[in-house]
Design a protein around this ligand. Sequence first.
Ligand code: G6P
Length: 628
Amino acid sequence: MCGIVGYIGTQTATEILISGLERLEYRGYDSAGVATVSEGKIQCVKAKGKLYNLREKLEREVNHSQIGIGHTRWATHGKPEEHNAHPHLDTLEGIAVVQNGIIENYRELREELIQQGTEFTSETDTEVIPHLIAQCLHGSDLSLLDAVRQTIPRLKGAFAIAVISAERPYELIVARQQAPIILGFGQGEFFCASDITALLPHTRAVLSLDNGEMARMTPLGVEIYSFAGDRLSKFPRTLDWNPVQVEKQGFRHYMLKEIYEQPAVVRTCLESYLNPNWHADEQPDFSPVNLGLTAHLCDNLEHIQILACGTSWHASLVGKYLLEQLANIPTTVDYASEFRYSPKPLIPNTLTIGVTQSGETADTIAALEAERARRENLEPKLQAKLLGITNRPESTLAQVVDRLINTQAGIEIGVAATKTFVAQVMGFYFLALDLAYRRQTLSNQRIGEIIEGLRGIPPQIEKIIETQADYIEELAHDFTQETEDFIFIGRGINFPIALEGALKLKEISYIHAEAYPAGEMKHGPIALLDHKVPVVAIAMPGSVYEKVISNAQEAKARDARLIGVTSAMNAQEAAHTFNDVLTVPGVEELISPILAVVPLQMLAYHIAAIKGLDVDQPRNLAKSVTVE
Ligand code: G6P
């Protein structure tokens, strides 16, 4: 979603702004703009569509300004047109503002300003901000910082803003109210951005503003204040990220690179969380898994509730299966956006888990905050215990939960989640094993077997990539012309994988896809089937293998083309049922979701790539969904 970049220092701002915005492209956007200050005037350049349109416009002008703000906009209020792109200016063009998030009371503010004679040039919620700041400054000797500070209490909603002024080309003001903004510290130059990726080429010394904080950035340094006006003492931290992590490294798309990174991600998870000294036959008196969870979070749990959106919701469904089957804890999974407005009855000793790859999804963050708030001041067993699962430990999620599991997937650029999904599922295996050990719901021997299974995953994913890539690419050609619908079916622990396979396909190929528990096919979806609707069945050996095969046969009898995802051990037999077979190494059913998802990611990828679509930035989607 929207991205902010700001710069103040000794270099030409526009180049830094535009390359910063390019690094935020993956978040999703539909227009962009920058504002700089030279010779006492704000220069604002905007363009609809991709950033190269903006770059082209900027190249037509000479601009040596050393201060500026830039923005990529993902339309919420008003169409993705140039006049709605940020930055937005006040009437006299003395103030420029970029904003992420939503100003919920913008209609009232806009009405009020219109009645006072203000003319608006956009339909956005953001434009009220420069007008309000300009009003504060008019005829007063307020500093820019104080004018922004006086404006903020008038704004309702979750937002982050960056502000510059024509008359004060030596300062840039930023503020955060529930939308991320990160400051970067260079030598005589300072940066701000809504995402660390934009800062990585310039500095690794960063500081995240907390809610209710603002900063005044000048070429001499950064001052941080609370909204109440108190000066705060905060220190930057050093990131251990490498800018190369966010390069394509020769792959055609980030999504493909990220699919190929999955074995390495799983290896890092295993190294990070499995206790190497734990051996099942030595009767160890410590957990096989080291997630650093406290007894307060884990002991006496009666219920786990998981809140998530999109792909993270699918990972959570696998998590539910694992937590219930391994640790014997009743577990519910809710869409965060639903839970926010229809919270469940309070159950004592509940652990609430928020799962998000961006760590910023507004619904997930708000649902967790609401859960904390409604349990406050209740008796101890009803109080909130919040755990986060994410690959972005620096994100807002970390500020909201009591404890975080870093899934070790690093940053993911492709909008369609792949490696972060696999890493979230790994996080759930570890959590379920830790809880199973603590609650003694599994024998050490069984825990040891599952761990051995998990250790086998990295080379097994490598094998899938090695043996299936060409086959899947060729198969993908069959679905790029006339196919308009796909059905995915799976059961048990692999039903969420059917959901994820369908989501991947629709997100990037724009082919309509639905997923059903295989047994539900005959209760409706089967009516859709004919030779034009391919059916993908996840048929991994285990408790429901025969059932899925029978359900697949029902689809075949309706002329559907059947694609099976099954284990190499069953491939020959499966060839009797399926028209096309995608094979993964044979593993026990409990481990199979992580392998079964890989060919589905690859199938979606190749269909979209052959169709020539924008795989990494599919239309209308955003990587970091910071609005409701
Ligand atoms: C967006 C992304 C999806 C992601 C979902 C939830 O829609 O495009 O890939 O699954 O948000 O995001 P989260 O960051 O909370 O996992």
